[in-house]
Design a protein around this ligand. Structure first.
Ligand SMILES: *Cc1c(COP(=O)(O)O)cnc(C)c1O
Length: 409
């Protein structure tokens, strides 16, 4: 990776509607904090469940919605609002609502926007709990989900029917890093009166901004790269004022899976270093992908930044870099893959990602273990496949940790 497209060069309206428009890194550090009378430099944490009113009339006006302001932290909280405003400014959306986890964000979008009889059309390779939410819990409410292969635009278009309301995808996919052309998928969605919802957890707005490409809603698990250090659970939904600011927010303030002020403060700090970290993750991942290609016991490497990747043309136009996730297949199936994992002394054996610490996982027996062998074959999850979420340690140490296992095969 010799040159990386500046994020603002991929964004016609850099800085959103801020005046004057601010650069991405500036927004990540400055937006959202309204300094109180104490003159604090760092963002304060408002640990309060409720807020007081000057008098009965003001209480009545706030409850009636005639007067803006805080009432109760299930509805709004100043620290949470600061995080929401900062993330909205980074994704280029008018509204953001923060949630207790990434799954709560997906639930809030579905229950805030869909009703019985309506359908979701989703890419097949999505986060395991999301599939479970769609297939088990939403199906019970009469909201069905159909699945298509992520990059096959014709399959998306022909699977849409009159009841389809939401198109849902993750790009790049986990663990094979397949990508879909979001501009073209957004056109298909809008031609068919559907909303395009993108789970942008793997890229974050530092590498990809789906709203600029035509998507209607962006979902985050803030638990991953937005925090970036594996400390807190959280999530967010970004989009326009009506869909997100009213409909999704309306569900959230009623049902209650809101973000805690402490977690919002951790995520605010995470956003300040987001771009630096994402570029460092991506640089290390690109280096690891190149190194893996040269290893004799590695049969195949999946990384969007490699020129052999089937959607490599989207790098630099949709996605700034290949991101931080690399998957590779070792020769020798499950036994070989497990030996590589068990030979590591540094890399953490966990399915989590988006941490400064590099992690390794064997999808066929963990994240994708509940699929039948046929379903795994269809999904391209081989027994020799390993996924590495590349952290921020010295890259030579990560290579040495993997080299030990590969040498023993
Ligand atoms: C982790 C993850 C989620 C769920 O987020 P939680 O914060 O764990 O609830 C959703 N989508 C993707 C792509 C994820 O990686």
């Amino acid at each position: 990776m010799t040159s990386i497209t500046p994020i603002d060069a991929m964004d016609e309206e850099a800085g959103g509607d801020l005046d004057p428009p601010l650069g991405f890194a500036t927004r990540a550090i400055r937006v959202g904090h309204r300094r109180t009378g104490e003159g604090e430099h760092g963002e304060p944490i408002f640990t309060t469940s409720s807020f007081v009113f000057a008098n009965a009339a003001e209480a009545a006006a706030r409850f009636a919605g005639d007067l803006e302001g805080n009432i109760y932290s299930r509805f709004t909280n100043p620290t949470v609002r600061a995080f929401e405003e900062r993330l909205a400014a980074l994704e280029g959306g008018a509204s953001c609502v923060a949630t207790a986890s990434g799954m709560a964000a997906i639930l809030a979008v579905c229950l805030g926007l869909l009703k019985t009889g309506e359908r979701i059309l989703s890419s097949r390779a999505i986060f395991g709990s999301t599939t479970m939410l769609f297939n088990k819990y939403l199906a019970r409410l009469g909201i069905e989900t159909a699945y298509v292969p992520l990059s096959d635009l014709d399959a998306w278009e022909s699977a849409i029917d009159a009841r389809t309301r939401l198109l849902f995808c993750e790009t790049p996919s986990n663990p094979l890093t397949e990508m879909v052309d979001l501009r073209r998928l957004a056109e298909i969605a809008h031609r068919n009166q559907c909303l395009l919802v993108v789970d942008n957890c793997f890229c974050t707005p530092a590498l990809q901004r789906p709203l600029d490409l035509g998507a209607d809603i962006v979902i985050h698990s803030a638990t991953k790269y937005l925090d970036g250090q594996g400390r807190c659970l959280g999530g967010a939904v970004v989009g326009d004022r009506k869909t997100v600011g009213e409909e999704v927010f309306g569900f959230l303030r009623t049902a209650g899976p809101t973000m805690s002020p402490f977690n919002a403060w951790v995520f605010l700090k995470g956003l300040e270093t987001l771009e630096l970290r994402m570029l460092a993750h991506a640089r290390a991942a690109a280096g690891l992908a190149d190194w893996l290609l040269a290893q004799p016991m590695v049969a195949r490497v999946h990384y969007p930044g490699l020129s052999a990747h089937p959607q490599y043309h989207l790098i630099g136009t949709q996605q700034r870099t290949g991101g931080g996730i690399v998957a590779f297949e070792v020769r020798g199936g499950q036994a070989a893959a497990w030996r590589v994992i068990d030979a590591t002394r540094l890399i953490s054996i966990t399915a989590n990602l988006g941490d400064t610490k590099t992690t390794i996982t064997h999808p066929a027996t963990t994240t994708h273990g509940r699929l039948t062998p046929e379903e795994r074959t269809t999904a391209g999850i081989g027994d020799g496949l390993l996924r590495v979420a590349v952290g921020l340690e010295d890259p030579v140490d990560i290579q040495a940790d993997l080299a030990r296992g590969l040498a023993g095969l």
